[in-house]
Design a protein around this ligand. Structure first.
Ligand code: NVA
Length: 306
């Protein structure tokens, strides 16, 4: 049997996504009910970029699954520079049952997966953040009962990992996904087309809506993300100007459904992509969302090792 990986959201079919979300809910209700890593088996977790939630939730979650989390500092390992990605994959694949990696270009994690011999999970690349969207869909389910038929609007840098991952995962969940960002910050056209293809099979939809007020209109779920993704820090000042109309503030929130919920993958910059009033307000479910990283990631690990 070929090794399965979770490198981008559409590595799960809509049916599989549903299974993983069911399992996440089960694991949230009974955190110690599944021990696929009993032994303990080791999971390597590598970071080439900063982290807080991802490290904390993977370490805690892997321990809850009976395993041994082994955090590898990518700045020390210098994967692809000190030695090739393929060699690192072969070595870590002999020391662990699964590899989790936060890195730069998607091609790097694809190469890791090709040589590791164990499942590889994407803990964020420049193009996708599928563990985050699993947690987000779990959060939507909890607060809305289901995902299908709901409108989810992403405001901000639609060209970044989160924009792409919402398109693919939201479409798979049967949602109507709108992404809205300034000129020059639109999603990859191939990923948009892929999301539309998925949506055609689930009854959802995926579209770019340039005007943030139109994008927010009637939305059930309003989402944003930092305007300055990791690695783009040099563009900070320019982006702050360009992105201003996409700020998730009380005016945009008021355009959404009365019972709309607000998501943010964090870290958040109050006064930039989201106001403190919205982030800390009654419609925000971001702390549930942050907690759900652990449950969702335990589910995908359990599912990949089944
Ligand atoms: N788009 C952000 C997500 C952070 C979790 C980044 O890549 O920095």
């Amino acid at each position: 049997m070929t090794t399965q990986h979770f490198l981008r959201d559409d590595d799960l079919t809509p049916v599989e996504l549903n299974e993983v979300l069911d399992l996440a809910a089960e694991l949230k209700a009974a955190p110690y009910s599944h021990k696929p890593l009993a032994g303990p088996q080791t999971v390597a977790i590598i970071f080439d970029k900063p982290t807080l939630r991802t490290q904390a939730s993977f370490v805690a979650g892997i321990a809850e699954l009976g395993g041994n989390p082994m955090v590898v500092d990518g700045t020390l390992a210098q994967i692809g520079t000190r030695e090739s990605i393929a060699d690192v994959a072969r070595v870590l694949g002999r020391q662990s049952s699964l590899i989790v990696w936060r890195t730069h270009d998607q091609s790097r994690i694809e190469e890791m997966a090709a040589y590791a011999g164990v499942p590889v999970v994407n803990a964020l690349t420049d193009q996708f953040h599928p563990c985050q969207t699993l947690a987000d869909l779990l959060t939507v389910r909890e607060h809305k009962g289901a995902t299908a038929g709901l409108t989810m609007t992403f405001l901000g840098d639609a060209a970044c990992n989160m924009g792409h991952s919402y398109l693919l995962s939201g479409a798979a969940a049967g949602m109507h996904v709108r992404v809205s960002g300034p000129d020059g910050f639109q999603p990859d056209s191939g990923i948009l087309a892929r999301a539309q293809e998925i949506a055609a099979g689930t009854g959802g939809s995926a579209e770019i809506v340039l005007d943030p007020t139109k994008a927010a209109d009637g939305a059930d779920v309003l989402v944003t993300d930092t305007w300055v993704s990791m690695g783009k820090e040099a563009e900070s000042a320019d982006r702050a100007e360009v992105f201003r109309p996409w700020q998730l503030n009380e005016d945009l929130l008021a355009l959404g459904a009365d019972d709309a919920i607000v998501l943010h993958c964090l870290p958040a910059y109050r006064g930039k992509e989201i106001t403190a009033e919205v982030l800390d307000g009654p419609q925000s479910v971001i702390w549930d969302e942050a907690e759900n990283r652990r449950h969702a990631q335990k589910a995908i690990i359990t599912w990949l090792l089944r």
